[in-house]
Design a protein around this ligand. Structure first.
Ligand SMILES: [Zn+2]
Length: 509
């Protein structure tokens, strides 16, 4: 192909401009400081670290802040050439008592996450290349907020047009580096889960997901076994395999083992739904927003990222992850509504609706997890749209056969800021799934409404009665959530991975 001179010139200009755009982050350092305020009052109280910094500016920083009055929670103001750093973002820590008891959240920690994120975003918008964040009197929460705000999914955009992200670290001479590192690991793990979920389905197939997890966990003393469909056939996972009938993409099953405590015989079992694309199958979904179903492996991403965080933090627990991975597509070989399939425990299931496929793949994964006689099983899945109808986009629904485990995960959500809410496991719902003439279970409930509850009742049929169990439905918090400014309101969230880490630290010790 002949290339004209003018084309080359345009290309040259374009790349020069592009180059400049890409490397436009300055090598300037910026600092994020915190300030408390009380609604309706003019008083401004600096954090301990900010007080010291203020002294180094002979009190000029506080004077400047006072000119415009208090800085509210979620906002940040930038001051230039005050003290050692060219740019200082002062972020509002608000007033923790503003969180109501019924909000069920640790308001102090949550305000720190919000402030750290606001400070980082303000400096990042000014192209500050290196951002240091003070501990904001809770270094772990500060690192979580800062790390989660400093994320952008732009993998497949032209490199020259990508936004370069700043380097974020704990402020020099600030104590709390151990706590900061813990928080950074959590943010890093959740950002990985977000990336796995956001990646388009053709670039995140069961095979690619498996390899991603294996590569990421390889250096962390975590064993990852990738099984194929033949393995699942030998295990008689007919329910799982029925979902992959309509696609050419091979299904996979991951078994991940992290043994941070060699003395622990029994493991904690985590099971994650990994439908890398859910078209609904023959019970095809409407085409609007169907692309969102690339994130129908959010449970799988949560399990992988949780184990990644536990291993990086070297938490002394024994955890196994079980992840069934497949696509749900509608080809001529796809499972048809009304087909009856058999799960690993021998139960027969009528597939009334091929779009209720998550429970089908989880059924076999729960049976398989049960064979390890674990301390307890937690499954997590983007399972039902009904959970979003019930709870909206700010909280995941939890069903549990154990009050103790429920209380522990509830407490974990309070601390992490990623809350959970208990849902019922009434016999009423089980009856709706199990009372049939020709087979043991139907994958759809008989009654109207309560779709999340009947889904949980279905899963319960595949967990050993003696094994305590929790089911976490995360379809509501999967993406585009409006309640956490630090995670952002657009895109896949990786939630509530930090709650799982917090929970397992407690429940496994
Ligand atoms: Zn579905």
């Amino acid at each position: 192909m002949a290339i004209s001179r003018s084309y080359l010139l345009v290309r040259y200009k374009y790349s020069v401009l592009g180059q400049r755009l890409y490397s436009s982050m300055s090598d300037k350092r910026g600092l994020v400081l915190g300030v408390y305020s009380t609604d309706g009052q003019d008083d401004v109280r600096l954090t301990k670290f900010a007080q010291k910094y203020n002294e180094s500016t002979s009190g000029k920083l506080l004077e400047q802040i006072k000119i415009c009055g208090p800085i509210s929670s979620g906002s940040a103001r930038i001051y230039w050439d005050l003290g050692k750093y060219p740019a200082v973002a002062v972020a509002g820590l608000g007033d923790a008592s503003k969180w109501d008891e019924l909000d069920e959240i640790n308001g102090v920690k949550e305000n720190v996450r919000i402030a750290a994120a606001a400070g980082v975003r303000a400096l990042s918008a000014c192209k500050i290349g290196t951002i240091e964040v003070e501990d904001l009197e809770d270094a772990e929460a500060a690192a979580e907020g800062a790390g989660l705000a400093n994320y952008k999914f732009q993998e497949y955009k032209n490199k020259e047009k990508q936004t370069s992200l700043p380097t974020v670290a704990l402020a020099e001479n600030n104590s709390g580096s151990e706590e900061w590192d813990k928080g950074s690991i959590l943010a890093d793990a959740q950002n990985w889960a977000r990336k796995l979920m956001e990646t388009p389905a053709n670039l995140m197939t069961p095979t690619i997901f498996s390899e991603n997890v294996k590569t990421k966990l390889a250096s962390l003393n975590v064993d990852v076994q990738i099984y194929d469909e033949e393995w699942a056939r030998v295990k008689q996972m007919g329910s799982f395999l029925s979902v992959t009938n309509g696609t050419k993409e091979p299904a996979k099953f991951l078994e991940i083992t992290y043994k941070g405590d060699n003395s622990a015989d029994k493991c904690i079992a985590l099971v994650g739904k990994g439908v890398t694309f859910d078209s609904g199958g023959i019970s095809l979904k409407p085409s609007a927003s169907m692309d969102q179903m690339r994130a129908d492996m959010g449970g799988a991403a949560n399990v992988a990222a949780t184990i990644y965080a536990l291993a990086r933090q070297k938490v002394p627990v024994h955890v196994k992850g079980f992840i069934p991975l497949c696509e749900n597509m509608p080809s001529g070989t796809a499972t048809k509504p009304g087909d009856v399939v058999f799960a690993m425990n021998g139960k027969s299931i009528c597939v009334d609706n091929t779009d209720a496929e998550g429970r089908l793949i989880l059924a076999d994964a729960l049976c398989y997890a049960s064979t390890f006689n674990p301390l307890f099983i937690l499954d997590i899945a983007t399972l039902t749209g009904a959970i979003k109808v019930a709870l909206g986009d700010c909280v995941a629904g939890v069903f549990s056969t154990s009050n103790k485990l429920w209380e522990q995960i509830h407490e974990a959500g309070y601390e992490s800021g990623d809350r959970v809410w208990r849902m019922p496991l009434f016999k009423h719902y089980s009856d709706q799934m199990c009372d049939h003439n020709g087979y043991d279970l139907n994958n759809l409930g008989k009654g109207k409404g309560g779709g999340s509850c009947t889904a949980a009742a279905f899963l319960r049929q595949f967990v050993d009665k003696e094994t305590p169990w929790l089911h976490v439905d995360i379809a509501g918090v999967m993406g585009d959530c409006s309640d956490q400014s630090y995670t952002g309101s657009k895109g896949m969230t990786g939630r509530p991975m930090r709650t799982l880490v917090q929970f397992i630290k407690k429940a496994g010790s």
